[in-house]
Write a protein of this length. Structure first.
Length: 491
């Protein structure tokens, strides 16, 4: 009896355990799982979409109570996503369920999709499906480069995007900012960055206060398949305390007018903007120049002319500028002297030619700028008259420290004290004139006919003809004597 009871009890137990196998009321499976994108990068939104089927051979409909995405296998796992109450699935029906997740780090992710269902008879059904998702750090590289960072002043910063992919990236958007740091502009856009190339996006940042400040660059782009990805780069930059110092140096330079070469040097650690240089002096017209900005440790030289200066004057050279929100000014003094071109007549010589006097010499420029339209002419007086062929002589242009020769003619009545010459020329667009008096006793020339220095009265002028006549008579006598002797010898 005990054996029979034991067999009956065992049969009952075996019958209960075999009910699910012999009387299954649902046949549910996962026919496949789609992953998009197939090779995501860290931070991408990944969609894992299983397709759930209630096979046609299933004896009843099922309620899909939940679908979950989990990590790994076994009892210890993390649930990454879950959807519930998906409705009833009739025999032969299917259902696609998208699950979304992001991965912060690269690596091969071993996942599983778990489907929970309930048949009409209340039987619970659980189906699992393994999924492998490779997450690769294959996006473009992002780098932040900041020049010498100075607080409370514009600082240049570049965000560099290096596309190491085999395909281009499109709709590229780069932004830059940070805590207590503003950027101008806040975002830059570029249509594309080709594969294997580098693109640089310039910004100007400004930090409120010195010290370390965090800068964050964010790159957003699209892959060829339309996937939108984001890459973030964070850098800590130490901003220096603003130091504004500008030096001015000036020196006199030769020229038509008083001129100075002004050198402005930025000795600070921030760029200089709105730089203005002014040169002024009493009773003179001030000169001014506007210069572009100066980066730190750089200099620029500008030449300024100061009109209205006569002789040497003390000149004030002043530079005003902006550095960040600050306005600065510095100045110095320099002695300036006007040394324009100036014509002097040198090497003058006077020779008498018949009834005229030929005056020659050099128009010499003893100044430091060219003299133009130089003209030398004889000035008519009571005893001096300009004469043909050169009553005046056009010299033209005489370069600095150079000369050009001239010659003019004049007739003289009596014995004047001098022959006046006038020289006119242009310097810096201004007409100038000088009167030069050539002493008449400077004449060095042969005496005019009938006025030889060795003559006595009026007879001195016949000396040369008499000598010539004597020579001729003597030659005739010698010829006659030679002829007479020849005739006598023949007889």
């Amino acid at each position: 009896m005990r054996s029979v009871a034991l067999l009956v009890a065992l049969g009952v137990v075996l019958g209960v355990l075999s009910v699910p196998a012999s009387g299954a009321s649902a046949d549910v499976s996962i026919s496949g799982v789609e992953v998009a994108p197939q090779q995501p990068a860290p931070g991408d939104l990944v969609t894992v979409a299983p397709t759930i089927q209630n096979l046609p051979t299933s004896p009843s409909a099922v309620d899909i109570t939940a679908v979950a995405l989990r990590t790994g296998e076994g009892r210890r796992f993390d649930e990454l996503a879950r959807v519930t109450d998906l409705g009833t699935l009739a025999p032969g029906g299917s259902l696609r369920v998208p699950l979304t997740v992001r991965f912060d780090r690269a690596g091969v992710k071993q996942l599983r999709v778990v489907v929970y269902a309930r048949a009409e008879d209340g039987q619970r059904v659980t189906v699992q499906y393994p999924v492998t998702v490779p997450v690769r750090r294959q996006g473009p590289g992002v780098d932040i480069a900041v020049e010498r960072a100075v607080a409370d002043a514009p600082t240049a910063a570049n965000v560099t995007v290096s596309n190491g992919l085999d395909t281009p990236i499109r709709n590229v958007r780069v932004s830059l900012g940070g805590e207590n740091v503003t950027a101008n502009p806040t975002r830059r856009v570029q249509p594309a960055v080709a594969a294997g190339t580098v693109a640089t996006f310039p910004f100007v940042v400004r930090a409120a206060g010195a010290g370390p400040h965090a800068l964050t660059a964010r790159l957003t782009y699209e892959t060829p398949d339309g996937t939108v990805r984001t890459v973030t780069r964070r850098e800590t930059v130490d901003f220096e305390t603003l130091s504004a110092k500008v030096a001015v140096d000036a020196r006199s330079t030769p020229g038509v007018a008083a001129a100075t070469a002004v050198t402005v040097t930025n000795l600070g650690n921030a760029p200089v903007h709105n730089l203005t240089v002014t040169v002024s002096a009493p009773n003179a017209t001030a000169a001014r120049a506007f210069l572009p900005g100066l980066v730190p440790r750089s200099a620029r030289t500008v030449r300024l002319n100061l009109t209205g200066v006569r002789g040497t004057v003390e000149t004030t050279v002043r530079a005003t500028y902006d550095v960040g929100d600050r306005h600065g000014q510095t100045e110095t003094t320099v002695d300036l002297a006007a040394r324009p071109g100036r014509i002097e007549l040198t090497g003058i010589d006077v020779q008498r030619e018949g009834d005229r006097y030929h005056v020659t010499g050099s128009a010499s420029n003893v100044g430091l700028s060219a003299a133009q339209s130089v003209v030398v002419r004889v000035v008519p007086t009571e005893n001096v008259t300009p004469a043909y062929p050169n009553r005046e002589y056009f010299v033209g242009t005489v370069p600095p420290s150079d000369f050009v020769v001239f010659d003019v003619f004049a007739t003289v009545q009596g014995s004047p004290e001098h022959i006046p010459l006038n020289v006119t020329y242009l310097v810096g667009g201004e007409r100038r004139s000088r009167l030069v008096e050539v002493p008449f006793e400077a004449v060095v020339s042969p005496p005019p006919p009938g006025q030889g220095a060795g003559s006595a009265g009026n007879g001195g002028g016949l000396l040369l003809p008499a000598v010539v006549a004597g020579v001729v008579v003597l030659a005739l006598v010698l010829v006659a004597l030679y002829a007479w002797r020849s005739t006598r010898a023949a007889g």
